[in-house]
Design a binder for this molecule. Structure first.
Ligand code: UDX
Ligand code: UDX
Ligand code: ADP
Length: 470
């Protein structure tokens, strides 16, 4: 019969593990939740007395304030966390491999494997081990093999897959009111028991009909499939935005019109300068790799095109900027508003802004950057990684990080909106215009400005998915 879980350990205190387990602690006061991580400074930040948490996520601080020290704990003592827990979430990072077989496509499972081996070494009693990180299909199988081969007598390990569907910026709301919770298990009596143990945790706040239980492999594939289909929607709408720019149709009108079809639906149809984030590209490339491993090259090519369209969209946008500025931006000052991959997060992984700025650097522009959340060190690190051939000192001559949008726009020839931060909708454009070089250009990569109003002020405005105004 299902184990009643009273102690949970989460390995990995990142964007997924942190918010997820904080909400579990909030909703399950009878369960002690310990989040462990090898990264001391990350754990220190989670424990900081003034709640300067390592990730920015609306509503997160409030949840941590209610739970930390009550039934939520953060620690670097991974072994103790494992030993004491009935159930362990594995929420470590799974970046795309940078070298070796499948480099650039396959997931690097080294962190998952190390965490799994740690569990096998340390555990003295039976555990339910839950794979939370997004992983390629059949990872659970690999985890099971490692655990079975290394476990002590009287130690049983049941493996579950429980992918997380939260989006950054809305993580707390997504966790409190998930569209669904997905749990995959072996369809054996033990597997189903373990699945029920986990389901009964979620049942503390999620309606039963939203807790879906499926086989392990279906669960693992569903996560990749969901992200691939979401990313595909954006690449589809971005492909249409290129047609709009060429023909004079307006992508917002087109998206609005197609979204009324209940089979299509209105959400996630916003054309943009390109999708970013730690998941979409990585998961699609995983799917591509999986398809190729299954000898399905046509399927691989189909999904690969979603990423290629996204690269094209970013390239198309920076080319449009250069072309509009009379085909050269050498020595011109460009203000880039937004550096995070979307609004309401400080996360920059795969952010389109990084690619745009790299392109502008190569064209020898001067660049001012403003983002309300991204730490400056993160911006420098991302720019260095994007242009390994440019020394940091040179980048720091070419790029300035500014304290406000207004400051970033001062003396610029062009403003590029890369992230849809709400505060960029409320900018005092008259004052920005007064302090810019003329003609003053705005390039809206997120379709957030009122182009007609800005044109009345005097700006030359270019918007994704719209032809140039004559
Ligand atoms: C995504 C999935 O939404 C989530 O379910 C999964 O668990 C993790 O990956 P996330 O990457 O945090 O979440 O953010 P999301 O809101 O999906 O946005 C991803 C990217 O797509 C962002 O760069 C965003 O700006 C872009 N986007 C999104 C668009 O360009 N247009 C849209 O209509 C929606
Ligand atoms: C379609 C559009 O739905 C309609 O809005 C448009 O005006 C004309 O084109 P139709 O071709 O009549 O309508 O039928 P539809 O129900 O869309 O099915 C098209 C094809 O897709 C059929 O062969 C159907 O069997 C197939 N299909 C549909 C699937 O294979 N899977 C599905 O989930 C849905
Ligand atoms: P995600 O977005 O998937 O949550 P993050 O990179 O934000 O990814 O978080 C993953 C965390 O997992 C990192 O803080 C990393 O230090 C931690 N981690 C990786 N491997 C281990 C391990 N073996 N034991 C404990 N923590 C780990």
């Amino acid at each position: 019969s299902p184990v009643k879980v009273t102690k949970i350990c989460c390995i990995g205190a990142g964007y997924v593990g942190g918010p997820t387990c904080a909400v579990v602690a909030l909703k399950c006061p009878h369960i002690t939740v310990t989040i462990v991580d090898l990264n001391q400074s990350r754990i220190d930040a989670w424990n900081s007395p003034d709640f300067k948490l390592p990730i920015y996520e609306p509503g997160l601080e409030d949840v941590v304030r209610q739970t930390r020290g009550r039934n939520l704990f953060f620690s670097t003592d991974v072994d103790k966390g494992i030993e004491e827990a009935d159930l362990i979430f594995v929420s470590v990072n799974t970046p795309t491999k940078k070298s070796g077989i499948g480099a650039g496509f396959a997931a690097d499972l080294n962190y998952v494997e190390l965490a799994t081996r740690r569990i096998a070494d340390v555990a003295k009693s039976s555990k339910i081990v839950v794979e939370k990180s997004t992983v390629p299909c059949r990872t659970a199988d690999a985890m099971r093999t490692i655990l079975d081969a290394n476990s002590k007598p009287n130690c049983r390990f049941d493996i579950l897959s429980n992918p997380e569907f939260l989006a950054e910026g809305t993580a707390i709301n997504d966790l409190l009111k998930p569209d669904r919770v997905l749990i995959g298990s072996l369809q054996t009596p033990q597997g189903i028991d373990a699945c029920n143990s986990l389901a009964s945790i979620y049942a503390n706040w999620v309606p039963k009909d939203r807790i879906l239980t499926v086989g392990l492999w279906s669960s693992e594939l569903s996560k990749l499939a969901a992200n691939a289909m979401l990313a595909q929607r954006i690449s589809s709408v971005n492909a249409l935005s290129a047609i709009c720019e060429a023909t004079g149709a307006n992508i917002d009108e087109v998206a609005h019109a197609i979204g009324f079809d209940s089979r299509i639906g209105p959400k996630f149809l916003k054309a943009s300068v390109g999708f970013g984030g730690s998941c979409f590209q990585k998961d699609i490339l995983n799917l591509v790799y999986l398809s190729e491993s299954c000898h399905l090259p046509e399927v691989a090519a189909y999904w690969r095109q979603v990423v290629e369209m996204n690269d094209y969209q970013k390239r198309r946008f920076s080319t449009r900027v250069v072309d509009t500025l009379f085909k050269t931006i050498t020595g011109k000052r460009i203000a880039v508003l937004g550096f995070a991959f979307k609004a309401d997060t400080g996360d920059t992984r795969e952010s389109a802004a990084i690619t745009l700025i790299r392109d502008f650097q190569q064209e020898k522009a001067l660049i001012n950057i403003y983002d309300p959340q991204v730490p400056h060190e993160q911006i420098w690190a991302d720019l260095a990684e994007a242009s390994p051939d440019i020394p940091l000192a040179a980048t720091q001559k070419q790029v300035t990080i500014c304290a406000s949008a207004i400051e970033a726009c001062k003396n610029a020839e062009a403003v590029v909106i890369a992230t849809e931060w709400k505060e960029f909708c409320d900018i005092d454009w008259e004052s920005v215009y007064a302090h810019m070089k003329k003609p003053a250009f705005i390039f809206d990569g997120r379709i957030i400005v009122d182009a007609d109003r800005l044109r009345k002020i005097g700006f030359k405005v270019t918007v994704i998915g719209r032809a140039e105004a004559l």
